[in-house]
Write a protein that binds this ligand. Structure first.
Ligand SMILES: [Zn+2]
Length: 139
């Protein structure tokens, strides 16, 4: 975990255009990697963990197979949600499940966060399959 790196950890992530922010963060992470001769394997991740949201509706941003992602700590599952996307998990294969107390819960890549549901603290079997398939080819 890195802190206080000018030009990196003070990245301006608040925006109405989450895609543009994700693209800018990818460029910053790539520049940091190049400057420090770091790895960029299929499992390396450059995660900007933020206190705030990108905007009122967007808590994080990630693209499939891309190592740079942004995740807010505004809700428990955001980091796992965005890491899941970067490892090819999809909203379509997420679901509402049931936790050990019989309450409805959101699996990690479920697209909407509701205070009326618990967190399942897991990926669905289909999203686990996506992640496993992605990692099979990892160097
Ligand atoms: Zn998502």
């Amino acid at each position: 975990m890195l802190r206080n790196i000018p030009g990196v950890t003070n990245f301006k992530y608040a925006s109405q255009n989450a895609q543009a922010v994700a693209d800018r963060w990818m460029a910053v992470a790539a520049d940091y990697r190049n400057t420090h001769n770091l790895g960029w394997t299929r499992t390396d991740r450059y995660i900007l963990v933020t206190q705030g949201k990108i905007n009122d509706q967007v808590l994080g941003a990630a693209l499939p197979r891309q190592p740079a992602l942004i995740a807010s700590v505004s809700s428990y599952q955001v980091i796992a949600h965005e890491v899941g996307h970067s490892f090819t998990a999809t909203h379509e294969d997420a679901e509402i499940g049931w936790n050990a107390w019989g309450l409805p819960c959101e699996t990690y890549v479920f697209p909407e966060v509701s205070k009326n549901r618990a967190n399942c603290y897991r990926y669905t079997p289909k999203n686990r399959e996506h992640i496993v398939n992605y990692l099979k080819d990892a160097p």
